[in-house]
Each structure stands twice: as structure tokens, then as C-alpha cells.
Ligand binder design. Structure first.
Ligand SMILES: *Cc1c(COP(=O)(O)O)cnc(C)c1O
Length: 410
């Protein structure tokens, strides 16, 4: 069983359900009975594997984690309550006050806020590097750098860096790379093959199977020697390659309490089964929509890594096996034109999410970037003429017809 979808559908056999249910059940319970007092002692000592309390582990959540581990051929996976929880737990596991992390200036809005405000107050320094300029990245890493953090396709710039190069530079400095792979997931990009130490994913997006629930996953690809991380070195010498996952599971995740609910884990396991189908369809739809937009007289320019006009086309094509995910942006003449187009759309919805089954449209400058001063917005390559489209899995003719009737009216 080697195919992505076969693995996503059949998963890993955990304990057989007592009724033989073919779909892994939702174990909606806070606590589990372990057996004898001695069994309980062994479980608490970590010497016997059993579920005790759902903040720490839960069978339905474990089923979801093990499917993702199988799909990414990873060392270990921890599922958490959101993409933001995945980022927070990972950074807190690997860095400490007085250390620094190196990241791109192009990041998801709440990630910027987490780094710039929340973690800064706890003494973490955040340094910025251009991820497409390997020598600048190398220069900025020093002995206090605990990790390099990047996004697989930045939003809304749609920049795609070369991740094998980034992880090679970071490895040369004994630093792990943490990648936010939300927009690709293991269905489009095998981060392990690119030497990425930890991949985090907001499973709210593609994985949830149509925006059903909020969730996140932390994937330890098993390619980084944790003895090189000062915070994990002692553990890694004692317990070996499990140091990161153990610290995460037994300390950070437990203490922060950002557990995924069994019901959300169940929905997201269901989403995983059709992930490859949906990502293929939305990628194909996005490419067709991008080509249509490029051909329309009222569109000034289109940004999509699947178009040969994108600076990142060759890198993206090589890394993502010829598919480019569902997100694109395009420019009209003015903010007024953007608003008029958006309001004339009939099927396409005005909403902030991405990688939904539904095609969603958003005006970044007046919404997710509204709090940024204009100079900062310009640095983020967001102007008032820009529209972001997250292309769904509807019939592509209907998506294009909807946009065409709006554009023709401008
Ligand atoms: C949505 C998103 C997040 C945050 O995920 P939540 O599940 O909303 O917490 C992080 N990174 C990227 C790239 C995202 O799109």
C-alpha cells in the first residue's frame, strides 16, 4: 500500500473497535480507565502505552496523527487544536528567552503577531531574512539561532523558496528548519525529502475536508539530530531521536493544553481521505482560472506559481510535482473596481478562509492587512488593487463564468 490516497483511507491499524466499526469511532470522553493501580503507575511513568486523559492523548486523535505519520513517512506527529497552536508549541519546544529565530517577513498575519508581540514579550528575538537569498539567510544565523521558520507558499505574495537549499544552509549551522506547509500538505510537497526538520500544518484549511473544523498538526520528519538543539540536547543523548516529540507530548502540549477535540480529529481524518483528490482538483481549477484572468483585458496582472510568468514557477514546479495549490492573486485598476467585482460575484463567496471546497474571494488591503500602515503593507506586496482568490473544487466553468460576468461589467 504505497499510494497517498490508499494510505489516507486505510491508515494504521490501532486497536480493533469492539463492534468492528469500519470508520474509526469518535471517542468523546475526557478520561480512560487503565486497570490496576500498578497499570496506572506504569502509564504515568511512561512505561506502558495507554490513554489516560484526552488533553494528552485520545484514540480518535491518535488515529488522525498516525494517518499523517504514515502519509509523511515521519518519525512522529502531534495533532493540536489549531494551526496557531502548532506554531506556538513548536517554537516553545525549540527556543527560549534570549535566543532568536530567523524567518521570512512574509508570513500568515497571526504568525507575525505571535512572533512580534507575544513571543517577543517572553524574550525571543525574531530576525528576518529573504528566504530566496540563501547567502543572506546564512549571514543572519548565529549561535543563538534555534530555528529557521518559513511558509511553503507565502500568502498573498505567493513566493516559493527552494527548501532543500534552505535546510542545507541551516543544517550547516546546526539549526532545524520549521516549515508551515498549510498550503501544500504532504499531498503536494514531501518536506522530509527537502530535509525539513519539522512541518507544521493548519489542518483547518485543505485537510479539514471543506472548512469543517479548526485544527493543526506538528510533524517531526526524523531528519534532524536533536542533540544539536541546546534545549533538547540532554534529552536527545538520553532517549535518542524521540527527544522533540517526547518534550512536546509530555511537557509543552500537556502544559499549554491546546488539545484537538476528538470530534474535530474525526472530521479531519475524513478530510484526509479525499485530500489528494481535492488538492488536485483545486490546483487544476486555479491554473485554469489564472490563465483565464491573464487573458482578460480588465485584469492588470495575475500572480500564481503555476503560471510561467511567476518568478517562482520553476522552483514550485520541481518541488510540488507540477501542481501549485489553490491560491492566486490578481490586480484590477483600483480598490473601487475590486469591490465592484467582488460584490458582483454570484457563486464565489466573500470570506477570509483559504483551501475550502468553495471558491472564496478577499480584498487583502482592507481586511487581513487593514491594521498595517501603508508603508508596511507595501513591503508585504499588498496594494489596494489586489484581490485574493482561493480556488475551490467546483466545476471550473462555473468559477470562470462567475468571474467573467463580473469583469465584463467593470
Ligand atoms: C490559517 C493559517 C494558519 C493558522 O491556522 P489556524 O488553524 O487558523 O490557527 C497558519 N499558517 C497558515 C499559512 C495559515 O493559512
Amino acid at each position: 500500500m504505497n499510494g497517498f490516497s490508499s494510505k489516507a483511507i486505510h491508515g494504521v491499524s490501532l486497536k480493533k473497535d469492539i463492534h468492528g466499526a469500519l470508520r474509526f469511532p469518535v471517542y468523546e470522553t475526557a478520561a480512560f480507565e487503565v486497570g490496576t493501580a500498578r497499570d496506572m503507575e506504569l502509564v504515568f511513568e511512561g512505561k506502558k502505552a495507554a490513554h489516560a486523559y484526552s488533553r494528552i492523548t485520545n484514540p480518535t486523535v491518535e488515529d488522525f496523527e498516525q494517518k499523517i505519520r504514515l502519509l509523511s513517512e515521519a518519525f512522529g506527529v502531534v495533532a493540536v487544536s489549531s494551526g496557531m497552536a502548532a506554531i506556538t508549541e513548536t517554537i516553545i519546544t525549540l527556543a527560549e528567552a534570549g535566543s532568536n529565530i530567523v524567518t521570512s517577513p512574509f508570513l500568515f498575519g497571526n504568525t507575525i503577531s505571535l512572533f512580534k508581540t507575544t513571543l517577543k514579550r517572553w524574550g525571543l528575538e525574531v530576525r528576518h531574512a529573504d528566504m530566496t537569498d540563501i547567502s543572506s539567510l546564512d549571514k543572519i544565523i548565529d549561535e543563538h539561532t534555534r530555528l529557521v521558520f518559513a511558509e511553503v507558499i507565502t500568502n498573498p505574495q505567493l513566493e516559493v523558496a527552494d527548501f532543500s537549499k534552505i535546510s542545507a544552509v541551516a543544517a550547516g549551522r546546526n539549526v532545524p528548519v520549521v516549515l508551515d506547509g498549510t498550503l501544500t500538505t504532504p499531498a503536494l510537497f514531501r518536506s522530509k525529502d527537502a530535509g525539513i526538520a519539522v512541518e507544521i500544518i493548519s489542518s483547518t484549511k485543505y485537510m479539514s475536508g471543506g472548512a469543517t473544523s479548526i485544527g493543526g498538526v506538528i510533524i517531526d520528519n526524523g531528519v534532524f539530530d536533536w542533540r544539536k538543539n541546546p534545549s533538547l540536547a540532554a534529552d536527545a543523548v538520553k532517549i535518542g531521536p524521540g527527544a522533540f516529540i517526547m518534550r512536546l507530548r509530555r511537557e509543552i502540549h500537556r502544559n499549554l493544553g491546546s488539545c484537538l477535540s476528538p470530534h474535530s480529529a474525526w472530521l479531519q481524518s475524513l478530510g484526509l481521505e479525499t485530500l489528494a483528490l481535492r488538492i488536485d482538483k483545486s490546483s487544476a481549477n486555479a491554473l485554469a482560472v489564472a490563465r483565464f484572468l491573464e487573458s482578460h483585458a480588465n485584469v492588470r496582472n495575475v500572480n500564481y506559481p503555476g503560471l510561467s510568468s511567476s518568478r517562482f514557477h520553476a522552483t514550485a514546479k520541481r518541488q510540488f510535482n507540477g501542481k501549485f495549490s489553490g491560491l492566486l492573486t490578481f490586480e484590477l485598476k483600483s480598490k473601487d473596481e475590486c469591490f465592484r467585482l467582488m460584490d458582483s460575484l454570484v457563486m464565489i463567496r466573500r470570506a477570509t478562509n483559504i483551501n475550502d471546497n468553495k471558491t472564496l474571494v478577499l480584498h487583502p488591503a482592507s481586511t487581513i492587512f487593514a491594521d498595517y500602515p501603508p508603508s508596511e503593507r507595501a513591503r508585504m506586496q499588498v496594494n489596494e488593487r489586489l484581490i485574493r482568490l482561493s480556488v475551490g473544487i467546483e466545476d471550473v466553468e462555473d468559477i470562470i463564468d462567475d468571474i467573467r460576468q463580473g469583469l465584463d461589467k467593470l
